[in-house]
Ligand binder design. Sequence first.
Ligand code: MOS
Length: 735
Amino acid sequence: MKNLIGKGLDRLDGPLKVTGKARYSAEFPAAKMTYAVGVGSEIASGKIRSINTAEAEGAPGVIAVITHKNRPALKASSDFFGGGALADVRLPLADANIYHAGQFVAVVVAESLECARHAAELVKVTYIEENPVVDFDDKKAERYKAKQWFHGPIARTRGTPEPALAAAAVKVDNTYRTPVQNHNPMEPHATTAIWDGDKLTVYDATQGLYNTRKSLSDIFGIPPANVRVVCKFIGGGFGCKGAMWPHVTLCVMAARAVNRPVKLVLSRPQMFTNVGHRAETAQRVALGAEKDGTIKAIIHSGTSHTSVNGEFIETFTVSTPMLYNSPNVHVEQDLVKLNKQLPTFMRAPGETPGSFALESAMDELACALDMDPVELRMKNYALKDPESGNPFSSKGLDQCYKVGAQKIGWEKRNKKPGTRKEGDWLVGLGMATATYPTMHFNATCVGTLSADGSFLFKSSTHEMGTGTRTVMVQIAAERLGVPVDKVDFDLGDTDLPMAPISGGSATVSTVGSAVDGAALRLRNTLAEKLATAVDSPFNGVPGEIEVVDGKFTTRTKSEKLSYEDALKFLKLPSLEEKYETAFNDHAKKVSMHSFGAHFVEVKVDPDLGTVRVSRAVGVFANGRIINEKTCRSQVHGGIVMGIGMALEEATLMDRRSGRVINANLGEYHVPVNADIPSIEAYFIPEEDTIINSIGAKGIGEIGITGVAAAVANAVYNATGKRIRHLPITPDKVFV
Ligand code: MOS
């Protein structure tokens, strides 16, 4: 079964999804269910002066209206840095203070969703309004240096970058801007809370089951063992469901208050204000090089926003020091506090806006040098991590450039912009590097072999649509040497062994390693028992036992025993093994990253300023590909999201009121089929033997990194217009 891995195995839960049998968090029924709707603040800064709930309470079907005045007492919990789940550690309805528009000021619980929505309109709130600060460039906004994030210190320096830049023969030094973008997965955030005495069950659309359990246990003052959090399917996560947002606490609080199950689903407009978004950024990238293209200085700095009462750092400089050779590098970031919901993780947080700036600047440097952009990248190719000096665990980036250039027909690119036409359209080619770190967290998997020869592996990870269950089954089946239909994998429930937040593209690497470890233990334990049992055909040959076609055998003996025969022979009713994997890249003294390259062709209508991406080629070196099909769909999704970022997506604020003015899918544009060309994705064969036992890096996030820069670079090549402020809308192209 060695060849099992890599194959495009269909998602095992595909039939469940297309027949509607897959249950999402809003779809779990309960007797005497009630429905909650949150009421959002109309102002973005100030205080509640008065809140009148009488009319809402008297409306048909209403069971309770909860505000900061009558809410039950809640205890504090931590954010993800402290093992909890909270995005914003301020609990909902904590007091009368308002920090952003849409912030919950009340929650209505009723017999039906319609009754709750109606009554929510009847809650009367008056405010003491202050001028909100929502404009990124507002001089009144408080600014400070970003210090520390998961990765360590934000500011990093090597050499003497400013003097090196000043002395460089050729330099570019520009500012790039990316707007706020909002998560719009098909499934909005949804929570169903059911209390049974002091035991709580919560069905929640979350990428972090165990963290959510920890925070709910803290907030409601009950032991973690009394909290069960279940999430069998997520209709898209992308980071917005990584942390726990206030509606989860509201829902659980409401269920306790009315002593009945409560369901709370965010509306599409609430998705823009009551959960996080990708922070706005303004980034300076300065590059200095010798005339032959050798980079001597890289400076990447700038600002992203956070909320007035919490910190989130959009780490756009995090990959810059390791991507290209340069003796002199400086990165640093500032934060500006705005009256907005706290920003959050959004597919490749940091690298996505960061790669737009850095990879646009690389294109600008190539133009200034009159050098091919691929050649410039190869001229400064880092064979070792230039920051740490450590070797890369694997790095097939040079292959990505080569294959991508060949597939797109890079030789057809005219260096001189605005010179290639097809009918009325200007045509351009652009490229950019993609990268994302390979992360590995802690996870536990328990595997069981039953008397009928079937295997079940369990870990409380998440199915975000990525194909986790399918891939885990493939990993276990390969290690055991059995067909995939003998193996199943259960996830999405805190009753199962611990798994971390599904984020950072770390699930295959982390949970996959735990599954692989548990499968190996099952196989080895049986082999050892077979080697030591006195009447066993394999007695005394422990080193020789192998599994061929699902059966234990050795090269020298003709006996064959299937897993179920082995159990029977050993008189075992079943066998269980557990494996825990731990974060260990520091011990390995290697630099672990996925790499890739995007090549795109755009067509630009010079009269209308319309930009069409006509071809997108992505080539990736992501370690071992466990499942070609699910992997391909991840990078396709990343490229689609990257095209949306390049051309369409931006959340707009009314500066006076501090309210989002396009909080709906009619006015917040995401790509539709007509915006997306046929996408080509290629994978460089790569097996990373250092990273983990399965050789796989992450794939969820790298697909989007670099896409916006590749599009912007192609627009420049087509038109001669360098657009440094996303999205590239027609008004910026035709002027
Ligand atoms: Mo990802 S933005 O770490 O879910």
